[in-house]
Design a protein. Sequence first.
Length: 465
Amino acid sequence: MKWLALSLIIISVFVLLTSCSASATKQIDALKPEPTDEKTVLYENKTSFVSLPVEVSLKDIEKQLNKNLDGLIYQDSILDDDDTEIKIWKSRAIELSEENGVILSEIPLKIWAKVRYGTQFLGLNDTKEIYMDGVLYLESSYHLTNWKLSTKSKIYDLRWNESPSIKVAGKLIPITYLITPTIRYFKQTIATQIDNAIDETCDFKPYVLDALETLSTPNLVHEEYETWFKLIPIELYVTDAKLENSIIKMNMGLKCTLQTMIGDEPKNTFDRNDIVLKPVSRMPDKVSLSLAAVSTYKSASKVITKNFKGEEFGSGNKKVTVQNVEIWEKDKKLIIALDLTGSINGTIYLTGYPNYNETTQEIYFDQLDYVLNTKSLLLKSANWLAQGTILRKIQENCRYSIKENLEEGETTLASYLDNYSPTKGVFINGAFTSIEFEKVELTDKAIIAFLTTSGKVNVKIDGLE
C-alpha cells in the first residue's frame, strides 16, 4: 500500500507540473492577413529635367567634312560656252578654323583645264591642257535649325600657287582672263557644296533620337522581382549655337518622366516622329532626377530577422523571443509577421507604414499596431504582450538600412557620368551633388524609397565616324 500511495503522489505531482507548464506557455493562432497580389503595379510617375550642354569641336566637323567632300568636287565639260573645260579636285584635307565667331575654311585645289585660245577667224585657234593648283578661302556664318547646324558660306579669296599661263612661241601667256568666267561660277557652286556638306555633317537629330530610343526602351532592373525602369520623353529644348575657341556649343534639355514598374514588361511607347525640338533663349544648367531605391520584402525580412536575434520582449517571467520575421503588403499597408517562442508560441501580425530616416539612411515602420484579429486574441490570452511599451520595443527592431542600395545606385549613376560613350564619338561626363528623400511607397513585391538628386551633365561630340 505504501508503494501504491507513493506512486499516486508521484503521478499527481507530474500531472500538476504538466498542468502548470501548459498554462505558462500558450499557443496563439491569429488570422493571417493575405498579401495583395497584383500582376503589374505602376507606383510612380515623376517628372525629371536633364540639361545637356553639347560641345562639338571644329576639328570633328573638319573630319566629317573631308569624308563627305572628297575627290572630284567640280566638273565643267562644255568647251563652246566659255572656251574652257575644267575639272577640280580637293588636293588635300580641308582645314577649318575660327575667327571672331566665324568659321573659316581653307580648301586646297588641283585643277585641270582645257583652254581654247586664238581667233575664230578662218578657224585659226588652238586648245591646250594645263594643270594648276591653288587654295580657296571661305568664311561661313552659322545657325542651328531643326536639329541641324547650317552654314551660309562665301568665298573671299582664291590664291594660285602659280599664275595660270601657257607657253605660246616660247613665251608665257597668262590665261587667267580665259578661266575667270568659269571660276566665278565655280566659286558659288563650291560654296554651296561646302554648306551642304556641313549641313549633312552636323545633323544631330539621328544621334539624339537614337539615344532617346535606347533610354525609352524598358530596362529590366531586377530580374527576380520583375522590376522595370522606363524613361518617357516629354519635351526637348535647344538654345542657339555659339562658336567659341573653335568649339560649337549649345544647350539641350530633356523633360521626361521616369517610371519604375513591377510585373510584366511594359510597352515601349516611344515614337521618334513625335519628338519636337523647341528653341529657347536660356535653360537651367542643372539636372533634376527622381530615383527609386527598391527593397524587396524577402531581403527586408531577412535583415529585420537579424535585428531580433538574441532579443527578448516581455515583463517578469513572461517573455517571448522572435525567431523569424516576414513582411508583405496588404491594401497599401505593411504587414509584419513575427514567429514567437517562449511564454507564447505562434505567429502574431503587426501593421504599419514605412518611413525613412535620412540621418541613418534606414527604412523604419511608423504607427505600428497589432492587426485587429491578433490584438483581440492577445487581450484575451496575453494582455501583457499587447501593452504599448512592448510594442514600442518591437518597433525599434523593425527597421533596415538602404545605405547599400543608395551606394550601389550612386556607383551605377557615376559610371554613366565618367566619360561614358553610348555611341562612337559621343562622351557623357558629369556629377551629382545631392540626394534628398521624397517618400516611401509600397507595391505587392517591394518597398520603394523615392529620392531626388541634382547635378550637372555635359555631352561632348568628338571623333564621330
